[in-house]
Design a protein around this ligand. Structure first.
Ligand code: HEM
Length: 296
């Protein structure tokens, strides 16, 4: 998308895009800026200062005793969920041609968005630490619920590993045969494919994560049972890949904003891509070391 300051940019954003698209365009950028603080802040607390298996009942109850952290987590929920849901619109319009299928897919996205907003909001604002700690709720003893969610993380991990392995095999085979895999090797297109893959991957993790956190309202025991799964060695590469995905998507998101709003952005898009890639590797390694050192 051309920089909004140029005629092309104004044309692209102002004149061509009908109302809903234009609204979505701006929403993605404003929520993206908010998520640089909220999502990366959350990631820093849960994957650098602590590791996911340490985000136990006591950890969350301690944070939510302070209304500031409850508000922080609620804004994060709304920004990440709806940025992701509106982001899904791009894939739906790209891949689904038939108006009926588009309508069905978009309706599903809105229904999931509203349901998960409700789930997350109820979890955050009705959380009663004393009652949950007493494990007195009707579902408190149903530890199988935690296991079902724990094993859904395994399914998510298998999907992540198979996806990464398939991509690597595809690129290796293409390079060995001397064929540049996609888009004739244009850096901008690689940046876009990785942006979409990391965005969609993070959305699906987010949906599981919100249901996972919801368990805290059912009782301390059931919640801590589900958090234990994060210490399982099989899930660790997925947790590190998630850190890398959110960081790459955020840095490339900032690159997109610079291309859109900075006069030099379009001319510097290649350098900005390499900076986003190197930044992702440099910022993900410490989290990987912290998680592996703690869990293994
Ligand atoms: C929780 C974190 C986040 C999730 C779940 C998420 C999800 C998504 C998804 C699914 C898309 C659509 C990708 C596509 O199909 O092209 C997207 C696009 C985008 N995201 Fe994010 N994102 C997150 C954080 C961020 C952050 C921190 C930024 C930083 C600025 C950002 C900026 C953008 C931008 C600019 C777009 C592109 C919109 C366009 O092509 O017009 N996102 N995001």
């Amino acid at each position: 998308m051309a920089a909004i300051g140029t005629d092309r940019g104004r044309l692209a954003a102002g004149v061509i895009l009908p109302g809903a698209d234009r609204l979505a365009w701006y929403f993605m950028r404003i929520s993206g800026i908010a998520l640089v603080g909220f999502a990366l802040g959350h990631l820093f607390i849960t994957h650098y200062l602590n590791v996911p298996s340490e985000t136990t009942f006591a950890f969350v109850a301690g944070r939510w005793a302070n209304p500031v952290w409850r508000s922080f987590d609620w804004v994060l929920l709304l920004a990440a969920l709806w940025h992701g849901m509106v982001g899904m619109r791009y894939s739906i319009t790209d891949f689904l041609r038939r108006p009926l299928w588009r309508l069905v897919a978009m309706s599903a996205v809105v229904i999931v968005g509203v349901l998960w907003t409700g789930l997350g909001t109820i979890t955050i604002f009705t959380f009663d630490a004393a009652a949950a700690a007493a494990n007195s709720g009707p579902w408190a003893g149903e530890l199988w619920i935690a296991d079902v969610l724990g094993y859904s993380l395994f399914v998510f991990a298998v999907g992540t590993y198979v996806g990464i392995a398939a991509l690597l095999v595809y690129v290796a085979r293409s390079l060995r045969s001397g064929v540049v895999p996609i888009y004739n090797g244009d850096v901008g297109q690689y940046a876009w494919v990785m942006h979409r893959a990391t965005g969609i991957g993070t959305v699906f993790f987010l949906l599981v994560h919100i249901v996972d956190i919801m368990l805290i309202g059912l009782g301390a025991e059931i919640y801590d049972e589900s958090v234990k799964f994060y210490g399982n060695p099989f899930l660790l590469p997925m947790e590190i890949a998630l850190v890398g995905a959110v960081i790459y998507h955020s840095l490339n998101g900032i690159r997109i904003l610079l291309i859109d709003f900075w006069e030099m952005g379009t001319r510097r898009e290649r350098q900005l891509f390499w900076m986003a890639l190197v930044g992702t590797v440099v910022l993900t390694i410490p989290s990987g070391i912290i998680i592996l050192a703690h869990e293994l």
